[in-house]
Design a protein around this ligand. Structure first.
Ligand code: G4P
Length: 298
């Protein structure tokens, strides 16, 4: 993709409301005991805000790998170990079904055990722990928070200094969450990060050319999960083929013919992206802790 197109995408990816959201996060940090980062388990690196160390300002952190139902379990286990090796607390969830969510409150209490003891020593043992929840758009933040809060969901009301409209969500007598708007960051490290965010629906795929996105994606899958492509689209491995060729072959197998000998790549692009989104290709992770390549796990 031409460089100027990529720059244009960067502008669209960081509209004014994102700057405002970032400011809101910075202003409210002083009110919380810990920061919880929700990541997409399929792309934990690309879905992680590179500014998080600065943004979190030294607060204890809990990393949540969400959408584990769509991710490769072996790769998720490797991510868990990699985050733990960095000293981060970690939880795996599927917020849609609720799997793993019940472990959230105990994990926060473990993370903040010192803080709880401090409160107790000061005679404030009833004081609630407060956790800010961060994540990129569409990572499942609302679903996660609703599942954690369950039926008991209640707004705990505004606190002094909290930007108006911010919501504190009471989980139980001892735990409150501060929801934040999903944010992206001004510049992605690479076009690859942008593409990973697009194929996992964190950003609107419309900002990219769908066919190029799908061609690059099918090429990635052919390296990472050739069996999934064989099973779903009857594609035989062909290390020499480029992404458009693979897309065209898949269109051919599906019978997406436009005219004699010409296949509908746009339709195939949309099919591939929506089938990946729906998990129809299987549980496929797109990054590993080492290098983003999964083929060394076999
Ligand atoms: P957000 O607040 O971070 O923006 O995300 P939100 O909770 O609205 O979730 C976005 C979509 O992702 C929702 O689906 C939600 O059901 C889905 N989702 C959240 N967590 C998980 C998970 O762990 N696994 C799976 N498979 N899906 C999850 P939606 O509204 O139907 O949108 P979409 O599925 O078409 O993207």
């Amino acid at each position: 993709m031409a460089e100027n197109t990529f720059e244009k995408m960067n502008i669209q990816w960081f509209p004014g409301h994102m700057t405002k959201a970032q400011r809101m996060i910075e202003e409210n940090l002083k009110l919380v005991d810990a920061v919880c980062e929700l990541l997409d388990a399929r792309i934990p690196r690309a879905s992680r805000n590179p500014d998080i160390d600065r943004l979190a300002g030294g607060k204890p952190r809990l990393v949540i790998l969400n959408r584990t139902d769509l991710a490769d379990p072996a790769v998720t286990a490797r991510w868990r170990r990699a985050f733990e090796a960095q000293g981060l607390a970690i939880l795996e969830t599927d917020a849609k079904s609720g799997r793993g969510v019940k472990d959230f409150a105990p994990a926060v209490r473990r993370l903040l055990a010192d803080r709880l003891r401090e409160y107790e020593a000061k005679g404030q043992s009833g004081r609630a722990l407060r956790v800010m929840v961060l994540g990129i758009p569409n990572v499942g933040k609302s679903t996660f928070i609703n599942k954690v809060a369950g039926r008991k969901a209640a707004l705990a009301g505004d606190r002094p200094g909290v930007t108006r409209g911010r919501q504190w969500i009471r989980i139980d007598a001892g735990l409150e969450l501060l929801d934040t708007p999903g944010i992206l960051w001004p510049k992605f490290d690479s076009q690859e990060v942008g593409e990973l965010l697009a194929v996992t629906n964190a950003i609107k795929a419309e900002v990219l050319d769908r066919e190029t996105l799908a061609a690059n994606f099918i090429l990635r899958l052919s390296r990472l999960y050739p069996d999934a492509l064989r099973e779903r689209y009857k594609l035989e491995p062909d290390p020499g083929a480029d992404g458009f060729t693979l897309l065209e072959r898949a269109a051919q197998k599906r019978g997406f013919l436009v005219s004699r000998g010409e296949y509908d790549l746009e339709r195939m692009a949309n099919t591939l992206l929506s089938e990946y989104h729906d998990g129809k290709l299987g549980r496929l992770s797109l990054e590993t802790p080492d290098d983003g390549i999964v083929d060394d796990r076999k």
